[in-house]
Design a protein around this ligand. Structure first.
Ligand code: FAD
Ligand code: NAD
Length: 396
């Protein structure tokens, strides 16, 4: 039998953990492993809110893929996947090439969920990747730069749609960024408006109330306005329209209202629920024993729960690690083990010095939570590139 071909799509949390695990588990003659991703670098999605606000350079949120994999064991192809053809057992790439696979690991992440809200895709910014956050930061700075000549308040108004973790973390960074940005463009800090709009009656729906209260109090003390129970109904070139007819004029609208699975997975003829694939206990796509779905494109349910686990880097990382062990076992004709997610907690930053978090039953807030968040960031660097990457890229 010829050497099986494993093709991994996406160099995100799930894809990279799969590649690193497989390169470790399998001998070179046991499988040909190819990792395909559309950028030459892995972007640390969990840090994207920082370059999006301009509190750190985007280079702090990316790492060249080839620096963290063993290129003798894993072939890296930088290309965009345009179609997954399960009937041909192949993926089509933007360059026109086709990659055949025996086993496919899909880790191409998510896309913004816009719920069909008019104008969002055209007029809002998204915190999704390096390209997007670079444009967002430049746009915000340019709008601030124009303020002294045009004197329009909407130039220094920022609307963030959605008070989930992405929205809150981004607003936390904006609060850190504003004093220096305002100094740079001679704008009185108190003139800037940061409005975080949420459809649900509370910030961070479903999260611990004490921690939510702490976050809201802290962010409000820094001038953030929260509008709750107020869904955004439309986004225009001028700003946003809210339920009830109120308009907020804003040059910068950032949508953090949720994520859905990557469309390409649906288009592959794989069954999805709101764009995500309900995988089995071995992370197989339904009906395919050679296609595995990881990370934000997958849906995993707790044994006794009706609601799926939220899509997180923590989940994608654990799935990638489990996949590598299971796929190696499968190739060797051994039993695979059911994947069990271990929720280790949730910590969200509120700028560089404040955070909130729940780790086990412990509630963390303020400096201790912020310290924990930095440790979690370092752990990812350690998993990717060991202590040397932590030293090169880690930031306290
Ligand atoms: P991703 O990490 O999104 O990776 C997808 C990869 O696929 C990328 O490399 C991309 O370039 C590639 N790709 C996409 N399309 C194609 C294509 N067509 N062809 C080729 N390659 C493609 N989760 C946490 O657990 N903790 C946190 O603190 C946290 N913070 C977050 C902060 C922010 C601002 C955001 C936006 C999210 C955060 N999350 C956090 C969620 C977390 O980032 C995601 O759940 C996680 O990135 C999902 O990993 P993934 O491997 O599925 O996809
Ligand atoms: P989310 O789905 O968690 O939050 C989106 C928010 O937008 C919700 O509160 C929702 O009610 C609100 N919303 C939806 N439609 C709206 C509308 N029309 N108008 C106003 N508000 C609206 O999405 P997210 O924050 O991008 O997070 C995505 C995933 O990433 C989640 O699983 C989250 O746990 C994870 N994440 C984790 C962290 C962390 O652990 N520190 C940070 C960021 C993201």
């Amino acid at each position: 039998m010829s050497t099986p071909k494993i093709v991994i799509l996406g160099a995100g949390y799930g894809g990279l953990m799969s590649a690193k695990g497989l390169q470790k588990e399998l001998n070179y003659n046991e499988a040909e492993i190819t990792l395909v991703s559309n950028h030459s670098y892995h972007y640390i999605t969990t840090k994207l809110h920082e370059p999006a606000a301009g509190t750190s350079h985007h280079d702090h949120a990316r790492i060249p893929v080839q620096s963290v994999i063993n290129t003798k064991r894993v072939k890296f192809v930088q290309d965009r996947v345009t179609a997954i053809k399960t009937n041909e057992k192949a993926v089509h790439l933007e360059s026109g090439k086709t990659l055949a696979y025996d086993y496919l690991v899909v880790g191409i992440g998510s896309a913004p969920e816009t719920f069909g809200i008019k104008g969002l895709l055209e007029n809002a910014f998204f915190i999704r990747n390096i390209d997007g956050v670079r444009v967002l930061r430049e746009h915000m700075e340019y709008s601030f730069a124009k303020y002294q000549t045009e004197k329009k308040d909407d130039l220094i108004t920022i609307v963030v749609g959605g008070c989930g973790f992405t929205g809150i973390e981004y607003v936390g960074e904006l609060v850190d960024r504003m004093p220096s940005l305002c100094r740079e463009y001679d704008i009185p800090l108190e003139k800037v408006r940061i409005v975080n709009v949420e459809a649900a009656p509370t910030v961070l729906p479903g999260f611990d109330k004490d921690l939510v209260d702490y976050a809201v109090k802290y962010l409000e003390s820094k001038g953030v306005e929260f509008l709750l129970s107020t869904p955004i109904e439309e986004c225009t070139e001028q700003g946003v329209m809210l339920k009830g007819g109120q308009e907020i004029k804003a040059a910068t609208v950032v949508w953090t209202g949720g994520v859905r699975g990557n469309k390409m997975v649906e288009e592959a003829g794989i069954e999805t629920m709101r764009g995500r694939v309900k995988v089995d206990e071995f992370l197989h796509a339904p009906g395919f024993d050679n296609v595995f779905i990881l990370g934000d494109s997958s849906l995993v349910f707790p044994a006794d729960g009706e609601r799926p686990y939220p899509p997180t880097a923590q989940m994608a990382t654990q799935q990638g690690q489990a996949l590598a062990k299971n796929l190696s076992a499968k190739i060797r004709g051994r039993e695979m083990k059911p994947f069990k997610y271990e929720a280790k907690g949730t910590v969200a930053s509120l700028g560089s010095k404040e955070a909130i978090g729940m780790v086990g039953n412990r509630k963390l807030m303020g400096g201790s939570a912020s310290f924990m968040k930095k440790i979690i960031d370092m752990r990812w660097l350690f998993l990717l590139g060991g202590i040397s990457l932590v030293i090169r890229k880690g930031k306290f």
